[in-house]
Design a protein around this ligand. Structure first.
Ligand code: PMV
Length: 299
């Protein structure tokens, strides 16, 4: 059985596509996959009740073909995956699926790949969905933990001084990472100085966030999250619904809140420091959210 973790970006999305650092964390929810030799190449995905084959139309069959293209000679495989993440919601569902599928096929053929190599290999899958992925989703799906990620560099694991408790809520608005990343790239082409200044601001927030996590200063981390959200809104990747959810979370006692992932819909995260705050934030977000759950960053 192979597992690809879901992830949250604590700080730094979008800047990370353009060479700035990001802080990300694996979460316990993800995708499990199992592969066995079969009559033909096939990927069955539960609970989506979907079976895809390389050569069929669509991104999933193309991603499967890219993943299976990593193996030179082999017998046909039947892969069974179980997804426990909302798709297209900023929690790295496609990367988790890619890591789980390749991990499962590796197991079926007795291939041993270190987690960092698995992350690298799964980029072939991820590129089909995201065009120009920074690689943060694939790295977190394979390696987990809490880490500083910078494109093209090894993941830098970070040891939080205190557990990072989050409430994750899905706005229910569908979001396309590819479209959001392209939209930000277009803004940067039009007004490079403005957008690069925003990315530099986000990079400074990430470096301070790292210090706050290492020092166990949750109050500072929460403030940095809220600040990051304002910068993300300035490059127009937030939505009215995400803003409403972030405000509801902080009013209910969260230390900070922001969108996570590409934005334009999808999920937001709120940092909490007690059972009481977690309950209050979940209560405030549940009526607004398609899905709301507590997650510890890095588990
Ligand atoms: O929407 P997600 O979970 O794929 O996160 C995307 C994060 C971005 O920084 C917007 C894109 C990337 O490739 O890093």
């Amino acid at each position: 059985m192979a597992f690809g973790r879901g992830k949250v970006i604590l700080l730094g999305e979008h800047g990370v596509v353009h060479g700035r650092p990001a802080l990300a964390a694996g979460i316990a929810r993800g995708v499990e996959a199992h592969a066995r030799l079969g009559a033909r190449d096939e990927l069955e995905i539960d609970p989506w009740t979907m079976t895809v084959r390389p050569g069929d139309d669509g991104d999933l069959p193309r991603a499967l073909a890219a993943a299976l293209g990593l193996y030179a000679t082999r017998s046909p495989v039947h892969v069974q995956a179980r997804v426990d993440l909302p798709a297209g919601a900023g929690l790295g569902c496609s990367a988790a699926l890619g890591v789980a599928v390749i991990g499962a096929v590796d197991e079926a053929f007795g291939i041993e790949r270190a987690p960092a190599e698995l992350a690298e290999a799964s980029l072939a899958w991820e590129r089909v969905f995201h065009g120009n992925p920074s690689g943060v989703d694939s790295a977190m799906a394979a390696l987990g933990g809490v880490a500083l990620f910078r494109r093209g560099e090894p993941l830098e694991p970070i040891a939080p001084r205190t557990p990072l408790r989050l409430v994750v809520a899905d706005s229910g608005e569908p979001s396309s990472t590819k479209r959001m990343v392209e939209d930000v790239a277009r803004q940067r082409a039009r007004t490079p100085a403005r957008v690069d200044k925003v990315f530099d601001g986000i990079a400074a927030i990430v470096q301070n966030g790292r210090l706050a996590i290492e020092a166990g200063d949750l109050r500072a981390l929460g403030q940095l999250m809220t600040l990051d959200q304002a910068l993300l809104a300035s490059i127009m990747v937030s939505t009215a619904k995400l803003e409403e959810m972030c405000a509801a979370a902080t009013e209910a006692g969260a230390l900070g809140a922001k969108l996570t992932g590409a934005g334009g819909g999808g999920c937001m995260i709120a940092l909490v420091d007690s059972d009481e705050a977690a309950r209050a934030v979940i209560e405030a977000l549940t009526p607004l959210a398609a899905l709301c759950f507590e997650a510890e960053a890095g588990t």
